[in-house]
Design a protein around this ligand. Structure first.
Ligand SMILES: O=C(O)CCC(=O)C(=O)O
Ligand SMILES: [Fe+2]
Length: 376
């Protein structure tokens, strides 16, 4: 009635229904009928308005919802179907999909908000890699896993003491062989050539020997090969690559670990996941060492990142490849052909054959073994 009362004014009258109004006489019946008609018109009008408002409101909500959905999709693009190329097993992926939260609230309505926790089901699979900090004590003193990237600051000297770098530069130059330092794969940086003097130049470098001995005793490592890398300035870098044990079966049998000691200017070393392309980078200050296990070498590439810093002076890295006792708990590489038993037997036979030949005759392959000279 309030609504009708509000509308009540002489001009609101429909003249066809109130002929008596013109005469100025209103019967009670006429007035009641007129009020009723007016109320109906007014209620109709009101309903219509309400419906329209509702329509407008829901249109607005849909637009907001669509926009939110769009934003969500652009922030989290759906992963491309890379046909089984994912490094995690299909089973793991299926389990993860099943474990996705249903995003439904108590009343089983779809929630408009994205959950900030993706899954509440515990995931026991191995990490893609595990970052471990080693203390610069005498020994690493903990179990080494195939998934480990180990960082040991100040393994060979204090971070601020650059005398070891200077000594290495002096030692390598005093060998006095022009062709000892060669460009690695074009002109990325220099490496010392193991073939020169049959690798005997290393024995004439006490600083080099000190670093190799420190790596060996810290990780209880059976060292099979070593390398001297020299990054002269900011122009030098090392492209992402796998070390030989990831690509050559005969290396895989005796080398499951790479250790790199850095001296000189700090540079960033990067690990790039071979399947996803994800990059993790780790600064390497003077005196620091990093090491990585078997599965890290198989599943990631590594390199020394290029830098745009102009004032970059030199860095030397001494690398050791060899064998360190490792736990292969939750490895994804159990069926890798290099570690498959048949393949192992095959490789062992091949190696025996190579040794025999090299003992009887002058087999080049046999002589090369253990010198660590290979091109990637
Ligand atoms: O200099 C480094 O830290 C990396 C060297 C390296 O990856 C190699 O020599 O294979
Ligand atoms: Fe390498």
């Amino acid at each position: 009635m309030n609504i009708a009362a509000k509308e009540w004014s002489p001009s609101s009258f429909n003249t066809t229904t109130t002929t008596s109004s013109s005469s100025g006489t209103f019967s009670k019946q006429n007035i009641d009928e007129t009020i009723k008609k007016f109320e109906n018109i007014s209620i109709d009008k009101n309903e219509k308005q309400k419906k329209e408002n509702k329509k407008k409101q829901s249109g607005k909500e849909n637009r907001i919802h669509d926009k939110k959905k769009q934003n969500r999709n652009s922030q989290n693009p759906k992963p491309k179907n890379n046909n089984n190329k994912n490094h995690r097993s299909q089973q793991q992926q299926q389990q993860q999909q099943q474990n996705q939260p249903k995003n439904k609230n108590k009343n089983n309505h779809k929630s408009k908000h994205k959950k900030n926790t993706e899954s509440f089901d515990p995931d026991y699979s191995a990490p893609d890699c595990r970052i471990v900090i080693g203390l610069p004590t005498e020994k690493f003193n903990r179990e080494y896993s195939v998934h480990d990237i180990v960082m040991v600051p100040q393994l060979v000297c204090d971070q601020g003491d650059f005398s070891l770098y200077e000594q290495l530069v002096e030692e390598i130059q005093s060998i006095g062989r022009d062709n000892l330092l060669v460009e690695w794969h074009g002109d990325t940086h220099l490496i010392a050539n193991d073939k020169i003097m049959g690798g005997k130049w290393k024995e004439k470098m006490p600083a080099f020997k000190y670093i190799v001995d420190r790596m060996q005793s810290y990780f209880d490592m059976d060292i099979k090969a070593t390398r001297f890398n020299w990054y002269r300035n900011s122009k030098d870098w090392k492209p992402y690559h796998h070390d030989a044990a990831a690509v050559k079966a005969r290396f895989a049998l005796t080398q499951n670990c790479t250790v790199a000691v850095s001296v000189g200017q700090e540079r960033e070393c990067g690990f790039q996941h071979a399947k996803t392309g994800t990059v993790v980078s780790c600064p390497q200050p003077n005196g620091c060492a990093y090491a990585f296990g078997r599965d890290v070498n198989l599943e990631w590439r590594h390199g020394v990142l290029p830098t745009k810093k102009e004032d970059c002076t030199g860095r030397i890295s001494i690398i050791a490849w060899g064998y360190v006792e490792q736990s292969d708990d939750r490895t994804r590489q159990a069926n890798h052909p290099f570690f498959n038993q048949d393949q192992k037997n095959h490789n062992n036979n091949k190696n025996k054959h190579t040794f025999k030949k090299s003992n009887n005759g002058n087999n080049k392959k046999g002589n090369k073994k253990g010198k660590g000279w290979f091109s990637k």
